[in-house]
Design a binder for this molecule. Structure first.
Ligand code: PAN
Ligand code: ZN
Length: 188
């Protein structure tokens, strides 16, 4: 009978994944066209500046029913104009797939939006655990001065619908207003 050594490690302090089959995705300021409100400020920044990166473990092919994916995301501190660095955000392509996030370090905010465009936010601090129900778009924001890292686990057939958010956006944005983190409704 075999007793195997683990081939995959998750660092509880940093969130770093090491081992077999770890992939990586980087999002630079230059990749985030149409995400932030202030496009003029975004274009004036160093387009190679890293806004966030993701490490992920895909033990099965994307789209496989019944599997789970695991990842971490680190969002760097910073702002585009008065809007904090954040992820693109998405609905899952299979809308009825949920997800867990948990904050490892830093100070963040998780923005949710339902299909009726109702938006709300939840604070992320070390140890906080967040359940994303089905049919809810989700985006994360770094509101602190240090990198903010969280873990995520989601179904391997969930998929990512970025197009809806690119076209319609969230109905509120997290801005610094008079020195305070404020969830500001988008006027249309
Ligand atoms: C996360 C996100 C990750 C990056 O793993 O994919 O935080 O955010 P964007 O995908 O919106 O750029 C997740 O929610 N997966 O389903
Ligand atoms: Zn997701």
């Amino acid at each position: 009978m075999n007793i195997n050594k683990p081939g995959l490690f998750f660092n509880n302090m940093t969130g770093a994944l090491t081992g077999e089959l770890i992939g990586e995705k980087k999002a630079k300021i230059g990749d985030l066209r149409g995400i932030f409100a202030d496009e003029v400020s975004r274009l004036a920044m160093d387009q190679d500046q890293l806004a966030y990166h993701v490490q992920y473990y895909f033990p099965v092919a994307e789209g496989t029913e019944g599997g789970l994916f695991f990842g971490n995301t680190t969002i760097y501190p910073g702002k585009v104009g008065n809007e904090y660095f954040m992820t693109k955000g998405h609905f899952h392509t299979k809308g009825d797939r949920g997800e867990y996030y948990w904050c490892i370090k830093g100070r963040g905010m998780l923005i949710f939006m339902d299909r009726d465009r109702k938006t709300w936010a939840e604070e992320m601090i070390s140890g906080s655990l967040h359940y994303m129900p089905a049919h809810i778009a989700h985006r994360t924001v770094n509101i602190g001065d240090e990198p903010m890292t969280f873990g995520a686990c989601w179904p391997s057939d969930a998929g990512h619908d970025y197009g809806t958010i690119l076209e319609e956006g969230f109905s509120a944005r997290l801005l610094e207003v008079d020195g305070k983190v404020t969830l500001v409704p988008v006027s249309n």
